[in-house]
Design a protein around this ligand. Structure first.
Ligand code: ADP
Length: 161
């Protein structure tokens, strides 16, 4: 079974990686689909987000990193895969995730969204909080792989020039 794990991954954190690895143990193939949304202000370009994911997941041969733009339902049709994975952290994720899952189902009844509960140790982690901590010079080494940490620090320093 092939599943699609869509998101912004701006940048990938240990929380995302945990979900991806757990999926890779349960499903034959996991397609990590990075959203190329020009109207959303991301810190990393689509190419950078893909590269960081590929580097973080290099040892897994049943994980693919891809990009998509536009409607997720159109992308799922293109890939011939209608099972989506989303991670659920706190209750605060629930409302938005529920809305997205129901809208996607309305657009295409074949789509099923499966929710994977975040690991306790990453339940508080998000790309935004990592960027915020890094912006104030905090240690983010326990939140992201070292390659992401280095890229994030570089981005912040470039922004200061
Ligand atoms: P989006 O912009 O679509 O919310 P994100 O890159 O922030 O994309 O997240 C992609 C998916 O990963 C979402 O389902 C989100 O809930 C989940 N996720 C993010 N951080 C974590 C975490 N720490 N643990 C588990 N799931 C997470």
């Amino acid at each position: 079974m092939v599943v699609i794990y869509p998101g912004s991954f701006d940048p990938v954190t240990y929380g995302h990686i945990d979900i991806i690895k757990r999926c890779a143990r349960k499903f034959n193939t996991v397609i990590v689909a990075v959203l190329n949304n020009k109207s959303k202000k991301n810190m990393f370009t689509i190419e950078e987000r893909v590269e960081l994911l590929e580097l973080a997941l290099v040892e897994y041969d049943n994980i693919e990193v891809d990009t998509f733009s536009g409607l997720l339902v159109d992308y799922t049709k293109e890939k011939g895969c209608t099972t989506l994975i989303r991670g659920l952290r706190a209750v605060s994720d629930y409302e938005y995730e529920m809305q997205m899952a129901l809208v996607n189902k309305k657009l295409d009844d074949d789509i099923e969204t499966l929710f994977m509960v975040a690991s306790g140790k990453y339940g508080y982690l998000s790309s935004s909080i990592v960027k915020e901590v890094a912006g104030f010079g905090g240690d983010i080494s326990c939140f992201v792989p070292s390659i992401v940490e280095k890229s994030l620090i570089k981005k912040i320093e470039e922004g200061m020039d």
